[in-house]
Ligand binder design. Structure first.
Ligand code: ADP
Ligand code: ADP
Ligand code: MG
Length: 585
């Protein structure tokens, strides 16, 4: 069986374990062979010889930093396409761009999606698992007889021109300077500046300096800069982060429209409703985070998505999750008849130029309430009313409650230890928070060294460990991969059941909201001017109301019961609109 040894260099500390503990406990070393040896400077991290390793399992077990993985790979895997050095991450196989189609990639963080995309873009020269970059001819040879052969021939011959939208748009202002308009004009090879600016709703930020725009604006600027280039492969690494639902749909329609007989589009995305809507074909990526990743063969999107939720790829006989993910029908959801945790009368409040109105309503113990609404529409203000932090001008909050709040934007600049940030309270919730959020490996890290997803998990735990009756989580899905979103949903369910509290969740990932909410609170109006709160509604009624405003219809997939966006103008779309049923099923 092919075997790889992975050392996570960010965790490994060969002095901290008393000096190469892995080498000292290795039975092969004890026989006098060099299976695990100190590596070259500067870091001198150990090196494991895969051809000598017997897979005994001792070193990964004994390493105090959990830095070693010895992995027996599925039998049929051949050579990797790329590895990041000896004992580094290995990538097997690649997604295949197809002209005229949008091809999607779904999979966990750290499974090699960005690496695969960089290889196809020609930004990273793969090494086929050796210590040197492979030549173009070797790559073509490697893929001989497969779809990718043609692609690499074209790449070799300079016939592929790639435009690439990177994952981390927040890093753009570090390398790009100047006014938004100037930056976009500079890359406008297609002479499409005005069209693109209008479709992506960027007119109002053109005059601004790139360092002065919000996350959502930066995302749309990055997308604009990509599509303005003349290319035959457009690649988008996580294009919906920071965008609200309306913008996600708008951007998706636009990206879809790029694919034609001479143009291929490739997209990585964790919002499954958007990925389903946007793509024709889907590759699933599985493996072990930070260790290795495998790209599945492409599947038609609907099948691919259901396969992903199932956790089992039949034609490759590969189970990559020990359970399948199910979406419950309305009637299957538990009805909650518990008492109110908070309630309010018709009320309104004015803050500066902003007016917030709410119709009377209540939240019950043990409820998860999904909150739908744009940014700046008054969600935080409303929760402050519930907490009694601000008082309404008219009307009243009948039961004020203690509220804990996780803000949308997280501050990760402090160098405090995660352990201290989380404090004592969180220790009481080992089963409820620490384990499901996988926080143990983070406890001894400093806040300012965490990735976006790590910071998000810490912020969620900190909020939920507070002593409160209502918890408001603003965009908890940001930076979380699809598996973490689903794990988080289960955690919230267990949490409200056990603690008899209520959780309000603001998010723009509709699949996530559908999966997790008992009720829906809808915010309408005009951001920064007026917000109108209605509900909480039953899930279907709330979604229906919201989708009508966003002007899309959704049905449920017959097989998996997951929600899907209908194609505009399709028969189902027209039928549902005529019945005023924007959210079917
Ligand atoms: P994804 O996009 O699926 O989150 P990436 O392709 O960014 O994953 O990374 C996959 C793994 O490859 C990461 O977990 C990391 O361990 C490793 N990796 C990424 N870039 C480098 C690099 N430049 N050098 C060494 N290892 C890397
Ligand atoms: P959301 O949480 O939906 O993003 P907020 O409730 O934070 O929205 O804000 C709604 C609007 O109210 C924003 O335009 C914000 O600028 C304004 N606002 C919030 N608090 C105050 C305040 N204390 N004084 C003046 N305006 C405020
Ligand atoms: Mg990535």
């Amino acid at each position: 069986m092919p075997r790889i040894a992975i050392i996570r260099k960010d965790r490994c500390n060969p002095q901290g374990c008393g000096g190469y503990l892995c080498a000292r406990v290795c039975p092969v070393n004890m026989e006098g062979k060099d299976c695990i040896v100190p590596g070259p400077p500067p870091d001198k991290k150990p090196v494991i010889a895969e051809n000598l390793c017997t897979g005994c399992g001792i070193c990964p077990n004994r390493c105090p930093f959990d830095a070693i993985d010895i992995i027996n790979l599925p039998e049929r895997l051949e050579n990797p396409i790329h590895r990041y050095g000896r004992n580094g991450f290995h990538l097997y196989s690649l997604p295949t761009p197809v002209f005229g189609k949008v091809v999607g990639i779904v999979g966990r963080n750290g499974i090699g999606k960005s690496t695969a995309i960089k290889i196809l873009s020609g930004m990273l020269k793969p090494n086929l698992g050796s210590d040197e970059d492979a030549s173009w001819d070797a790559l073509v040879e490697f893929f001989k007889g497969r779809e990718a052969q043609k692609y690499f021939e074209a790449l070799r011959d300079g016939k592929v021109k790639v435009a690439y939208k990177p994952q981390h748009v927040e890093l753009i202002p570090e390398t790009m300077k100047g006014k938004v308009e100037d930056l976009l004009r500079k890359v406008d090879e297609r002479k499409a500046f005005d069209d693109v600016v209008d479709v992506l709703d960027l007119r109002s930020v053109l005059e601004r300096d790139i360092s002065q725009v919000s996350g959502g604006e930066l995302q749309r600027i990055a997308i604009a800069a990509t599509v303005l280039r003349k290319a035959n492969l457009y690649v988008f690494d996580e294009p919906t982060s920071y965008l609200d639902i309306k913008q996600r749909i708008r951007v998706s329609r636009f990206i879809k429209s790029l694919a034609d007989k001479d143009t291929a589009v490739l997209v990585v995305e964790h919002d499954l409703i958007i990925l389903d809507f946007l793509t024709d074909l889907l590759h699933i990526m599985y493996g072990k985070q930070g260790a290795y990743g495998v790209v599945s063969l492409p599947k038609a999107t609907r099948t691919g998505m259901n396969t992903y939720l199932e956790g089992f790829i039949r034609d490759e006989n590969m189970r990559f999750r020990d359970h399948s993910i199910r979406f419950l029908r309305r009637v299957e959801r538990k009805q909650r008849t518990a008492e109110d945790v908070t309630s309010w009368s018709d009320l309104n409040v004015t803050l500066g130029d902003f007016l917030l109105k709410a119709g009377s309503g209540s939240v019950k113990k043990g409820q998860v309430v999904g909150v739908l609404g744009e940014n700046g529409i008054g969600k935080t203000t409303f929760v402050k009313l519930l907490a009694g932090v601000i008082k309404p001008g008219e009307g009243s909050v009948e039961r004020e409650v203690k509220v804990a709040y996780k803000p949308q934007y997280l501050d990760g600049k402090s160098d405090e230890l995660v352990m201290n940030v989380l404090g004592d309270a969180v220790r009481e919730y080992d089963n409820l928070l620490i384990t499901p959020l996988d926080l143990k490996p983070l406890l001894t890290k400093h806040l300012n060294t965490l990735s976006g997803g790590e910071l998000q998990r810490v912020a969620i735990a900190r909020c939920l460990s507070e002593d409160a009756q209502v918890f408001l989580l603003d965009e908890p899905s940001a930076y979380l991969d699809i598996e973490q979103r689903l794990a988080f949903s289960r955690l919230v369910r267990d949490f409200v059941d056990q603690r008899e509290v209520s959780v309000l969740i603001v998010d723009h990932d509709m699949l996530f909201i559908d999966y997790l909410s008992d009720k829906i609170l809808v915010f309408e109006g005009k951001p920064a001017v007026e917000g109108v709160v209605t509900g909480p509604f039953e899930l279907k009624d709330g979604m229906n109301r919201f989708l009508k405003e966003v002007n899309i219809t959704m049905r449920r997939d017959i097989e998996s019961n997951r929600p899907r966006i209908n194609k505009t103008g399709s028969q189902l779309d027209r039928e549902q609109r005529s019945k005023n049923e924007y959210y079917a099923g």
